[in-house]
Design a protein around this ligand. Structure first.
Ligand code: CA
Length: 142
């Protein structure tokens, strides 16, 4: 059973918060940062101000983020190789656009989310707005 609830909590000048949780996990808040940065800087921003780049573990989460009428294309917390979430978490859920990932010109190692909630691989140095998430921090032992 997938437990999902969302509520647009507040729309500020730069942030839009979407409350979400997924089965077996804690409450998470997704925050849209409407400021263009490359993927690495976006991740650092999210880690400094929130928890990490947004990590969508289920299809409903991806869909809900995608339906927010935000920028056309935003960074999310997935990269490779192999494909994994920003905090190293693995996830069987992927939501690629048709023809993606294509690693165009062999430089596309980071993942962006489009308005239709599908994903594409893109060059990490591209500057895009991005989704952060707050909460659901897990500890890894390497
Ligand atoms: Ca691509």
């Amino acid at each position: 059973l997938l437990l999902w609830s969302k509520q647009i909590q507040s729309i500020q000048e730069q942030n839009l918060k979407l409350e979400g949780g997924h089965s077996g996990c804690c409450q998470r808040t997704f925050v849209l940062i409407q400021k263009a940065m490359n993927w690495t800087d976006a991740r650092e921003y999210c880690r400094n101000h929130h928890t990490d780049l947004a990590m969508m573990l289920t299809e409903p989460e991806a869909r809900d983020l995608g339906t927010v009428k935000g920028p056309h294309q935003v960074w999310i917390g997935m990269y490779r190789e192999p494909w994994r979430w920003s905090d190293n978490r693995n996830s069987s859920f992927k939501n690629w656009r048709d023809g993606q990932p294509n690693n165009y010109l062999a430089v596309q190692y980071c993942v962006s989310l489009y308005l239709d909630y599908t994903w594409g691989d893109d060059k990490c140095s591209t500057r895009l707005p991005f989704w952060c998430q707050l909460g659901d921090k897990i500890n890894y032992f390497h």
